[in-house]
Design a protein around this ligand. Structure first.
Ligand SMILES: [Zn+2]
Length: 448
């Protein structure tokens, strides 16, 4: 779509955190064409739709760097037995829920949070999917759901040996097939909404042969792996017991980690492991709300950032909105380390700079800035600053104001996917009604 968004305050998210008053942004097709005065853009780009921002804040869309759409139907589910630790959370909840999903459940469990994402200003998501009884074509069903909403995403299927050899084989094949499909689409159109990675569960459920095959796939497709890393000590303990190895050393040795790969969590890393990770330049994604919910600990994001590692932020399925994790993470580290002067710079970097960097490393797509040539993934936020707003103090406005502000309009790939709170393509209540029917069947299988 071609449009000029005017009557807005623009936060460009460039290196200077530039804030522009009384400027307009021209979008041509999927990309940002120009930033300038409303009069100049109107004159230059005749025939572009004029979009009145009504004084709102225009900023780049937010990115969720680690998500599990498939967890949607856990909401309201009660567990037969209370889990006493992380391994029991996996066994009692997630590994029972994922085996209860069929392809319709996969579709609706993605469609519901996709709607939630665009409503909360998230324009790109890196997802990690599991449905061991419905592997083949599962990523297509997720893509179908996201395409209906217009959400940008990187998808992968979570390969593991916990469901036997056949499911492991199907998982690898699903990643292989889906990545090739996206690569073919991107040859035609580099702005294509979807891309893939090679999904892996975690070291303690992955045999040697599986790691070898995943690494071979990664090399041949030129795509990184997306894996959970030391989310809990069970990963270290069982990797040692089953394979006689250190988790980080093992994953590095097999070529699973590296600059194209994402490791989620990284909570129980020691100094030596952090050094090794820094050398590998692996992308790390912090998920503070999930970590608190599972009571698994706190990642040393300061140690990781100090070593130059690109640390990003995800929600791990806790929420389709990444802003609650941003604020929770910021507060968590201050409290845990009893230091009120902590995390200000770091969390700004994690959300606004590193998440776009991570997304670009994976997909090659320029996102996260309002600058000519960048993808037009933009949000108009109902934020009318009650105090002076400048580039220098933008982060304060974000952390204590914009995090709570409703998103009015969301644009992805130059398309308006939500306009003044309404999603033109989707009837949210009807989707939820359909999802409830599908969820009831999933729950029947869960309790069977
Ligand atoms: Zn996860």
């Amino acid at each position: 779509m071609n449009l000029i968004i005017h009557n807005v305050t623009v936060f460009t998210n460039d290196d200077q955190n530039t804030v522009l008053e009384n400027q307009a942004v021209a979008v041509k097709g999927a990309r940002i064409e120009a930033v300038g005065t409303p009069a100049a853009l109107k004159k230059k780009y005749k025939g572009f739709r004029q979009f009145d921002g009504e004084g709102r804040l225009l900023m780049p869309g937010l990115i969720n760097a680690h998500m599990h759409f498939y967890g949607t139907f856990a909401r309201g589910l009660s567990l037969p037995k209370p889990p006493r630790n992380f391994h029991e959370i996996l066994r009692f909840l997630w590994w029972r829920l994922d085996t209860s999903l069929d392809l319709d459940a996969v579709y609706y469990s993605a469609l519901v949070p996709a709607i939630g994402a665009v409503k909360h200003g998230v324009t790109a998501v890196i997802d990690h999917h599991a449905s061991p009884n419905a592997v083949d074509g599962s990523l297509d069903r997720i893509e179908e759901a996201l395409a209906q909403v217009g959400l940008r995403a990187v998808l992968c299927y979570e390969v593991s040996d916990r469901n036997g050899e056949e499911v492991r084989f199907r998982g690898l094949a699903e990643n292989d097939r889906y990545i090739r499909k996206c690569q073919a689409a991107k040859e035609q159109n580099p702005d294509h909404l979807f891309d893939g990675m090679i999904g892996l569960h975690a070291s303690f459920t992955l045999d040697e042969e599986t790691l070898d095959e995943a690494a071979a796939l990664s090399r041949s497709l030129d795509r990184g792996c997306h894996i959970h890393l030391l989310e809990d000590m069970v990963d270290a303990r069982l990797t040692e017991q089953k394979y006689g190895a250190d988790v980080v050393e093992r994953l590095l040795q097999y070529g699973i980690l590296g600059p194209q790969s994402i490791a989620a969590h990284g909570i129980h890393l020691d100094q030596v492991q952090m050094d090794a990770l820094a050398y590998s330049d692996t992308m790390i994604v912090h998920n503070p709300q999930s970590n608190m919910n599972n009571a698994v600990g706190r990642a040393d994001i300061f140690g990781l950032l100090k070593r130059g590692l690109p640390v990003g932020l995800g929600t791990d399925g806790m929420s389709p909105d990444v802003r609650p994790d941003l604020r929770t993470g910021y507060l968590l580290h201050k409290l845990a380390l009893r230091n009120p002067n902590l995390g200000w710079e770091e969390f700004q970097k994690i959300l606004l700079k590193n998440n776009p960097l991570i997304y670009r490393r994976v997909t090659g797509q320029p996102v996260g800035r309002i600058e000519p040539g960048y993808l037009a993934d933009l949000i108009l936020v109902d934020y009318f600053p009650p105090t002076p707003l400048t580039g220098e103090n933008f982060w304060g406005h974000f952390l204590f104001g914009i995090v709570d502000a409703p998103v009015d309009t969301t644009i992805i790939n130059g398309e308006i996917v939500m306009e003044h709170g309404q999603l033109p393509q989707v009837d949210e209540a009807a989707v939820a009604a359909e999802a409830r029917k599908v969820a009831a069947k999933v729950w029947e299988r869960f309790y069977a």
